[in-house]
Design a protein around this ligand. Structure first.
Ligand SMILES: Cc1cc2nc3c(=O)[nH]c(=O)nc-3n(C[C@H](O)[C@H](O)[C@H](O)COP(=O)(O)O)c2cc1C
Length: 193
């Protein structure tokens, strides 16, 4: 019998056309697909359609349910955010806050899952600070940030070619490294409380 493909979920980006954070998360997902994974992306458009997370409201839109159920099934994740005013963007944080729906059940939050993290910002200071902040968020959700994080200054030269592929170089190499780190750290679910 053929083993099931690892399932990797991407979350992130902005509503902006050619959002760099969205494209970089997709690039990591594509790199995992080349290594045999199946993927699902919740990019800027999808997460912008999510209502504000409200703990007292149990009703869920189809979009909210799709995200929660994909993360529940995920073997690994890739999360990408722009730096907005020194932090993770509200759009991305709202999607992450919805994962409160995974508080109960067999696999709590991101328990045991490897998570690749991507930050794009207009300055290097925000790149470092926000990558660190995103790691803290993933730790709070019991996930395992991969050793490699990707943080790029999007106001420098674009890492993308005109056709949308990544230019040969450091960013493309890091994308491949991150994809392999996510796939190589997939674990079986642990008992949680
Ligand atoms: C509302 C807003 C706030 C921003 N705040 C910061 C910031 O604090 N530090 C920084 O380096 N860049 C900041 N930027 C620049 C973005 O992080 C940068 O353009 C990023 O690449 C946008 O992501 P995107 O390409 O996925 O849309 C901000 C941009 C916007 C629109």
């Amino acid at each position: 019998m053929q083993a099931a493909k690892p399932f990797i979920v991407g979350i992130g980006g902005t509503t902006r056309a050619n959002s760099t954070s969205d494209r970089l998360v997709r690039a990591v997902l594509a790199a995992t697909e080349r290594e045999g994974a199946a993927t699902q992306m919740f990019g800027g458009a999808e997460i912008a359609a999510l209502p504000y997370y409200a703990p007292e409201k149990p009703d869920r839109t189809p979009g909210q349910t799709a995200l929660v159920e994909a993360v529940r099934r995920a073997d690994g994740l890739v999360i990408g955010t722009p730096g907005y005013h020194g932090g993770v963007s509200g759009l991305v944080k709202n999607a992450i806050d919805l994962l409160e729906d995974l508080r109960g059940g067999a696999r709590v939050y991101l328990d045991g899952r490897p998570v690749g993290l991507v930050v794009t910002a207009g300055g290097w200071q925000a790149c470092g600070v926000i990558l660190s902040s995103l790691r803290d968020i993933v730790h709070a959700l019991r996930g395992w940030p991969t050793p490699t994080g990707i943080a790029i200054n999007s106001h420098d030269d674009s890492p993308f070619l005109a056709d949308g592929d990544l230019k040969p170089g450091n960013v493309r190499d890091m994308v491949g490294v991150m994809a392999r780190q996510v796939l190589s750290r997939i674990q079986t679910p642990t008992a949680t409380s």
